[in-house]
Design a protein around this ligand. Structure first.
Ligand SMILES: NC(=O)c1ccc[n+]([C@@H]2O[C@H](COP(=O)([O-])OP(=O)(O)OC[C@H]3O[C@@H](n4cnc5c(N)ncnc54)[C@H](OP(=O)(O)O)[C@@H]3O)[C@@H](O)[C@H]2O)c1
Length: 221
């Protein structure tokens, strides 16, 4: 079941790389109970968590199922490692991108006309998946956050097929220091993917809304 907009207290982050640790630090700063995991046992990343994401707790991947929201921040080529039973019925943020120049060509994504998040959603059957945080670099997560109402606040989009989950993730985006813009269904994530104007730039909420409307009309999503 999707959490309601204000009910998210704990955030689980799968991955402890560049974007995962940047998100973990922002989420700790925003007051969330943050747990972080990789495929390794918790004990193997606890020192990293202590030093790189102080305030976040290292856990085993299976324990992320006890959090209100799970963020998947691993290389996309590993998505089939994700055990669907850990995600079914749960709110999940997919921050992953398919970018062949760095990921190499991945047959699952080359052969499929859908967005990478729709392919991931298929694998994670039953998960309430949203695409968010994919179009901001890890360094910008640290540099660009602003309090609500700041004139230069950057906006981030959230796309997903479950309105309640989009709304809940929008609240998280706001608490992390960004304006959230509702992009609509998961398929609309096409206009957030690498190579798009939205992916390549930094935008205010008004600019992002305009770009989304324009891009979605062009892409007919
Ligand atoms: N970098 C950015 O600025 C950015 C921004 C937005 C979105 N993204 C997307 O976010 C994803 C992660 O990017 P990144 O740059 O943060 O990657 P990264 O620095 O290479 O980190 C990847 C992390 O995923 C972990 N991992 C790998 N396989 C796993 C598995 N099967 N289960 C659990 N954890 C696993 C790795 O742990 P080990 O080291 O133990 O393997 C590592 O901690 C990519 O899809 C990327 O396109 C990146």
């Amino acid at each position: 079941m999707s959490p309601s907009a204000d009910s998210i207290r704990s955030i689980g982050i799968l991955g402890a790389g560049r974007v995962a640790t940047a998100l973990a630090r922002r989420a700790v700063a925003a007051g969330y109970d943050v747990r972080i995991a990789t495929a390794k046992p918790a004990a193997e990343i606890s020192l990293l968590a202590e030093i790189v994401t102080p305030g976040a707790t290292a856990v085993d991947a299976a324990d992320l199922a006890r959090t209100d929201l799970t963020v998947v921040a691993i290389p996309l080529r590993k998505y089939r490692d994700l055990d669907p039973s850990h995600f079914a019925g749960r709110a999940v943020v997919d921050v992953m991108n398919y970018w062949a120049p760095t990921d190499g060509e991945l047959a699952d994504f080359e052969a499929d006309h859908r967005t990478s998040s729709e392919v991931v959603q298929d694998h994670l059957a039953g998960a309430l998946l949203v695409k968010a945080f994919n179009h901001i670099g890890y360094h910008d997560l640290e540099a660009d956050h602003r309090p609500a109402g700041a004139g230069d606040r950057r906006a981030l989009a959230v796309a997903g097929d479950h309105e309640d989950t989009r709304r809940a993730v929008a609240t998280v985006i706001d608490r992390l220091g960004f304006d959230a813009v509702d992009a609509g269904p998961l398929a609309a994530g096409r206009v957030l993917q690498p190579g798009t104007e939205i992916f390549n730039g930094s935008h205010s909420a008004a600019q992002l809304s305009g770009l989304l409307a324009e891009a979605c009309a062009g892409a007919r999503v």
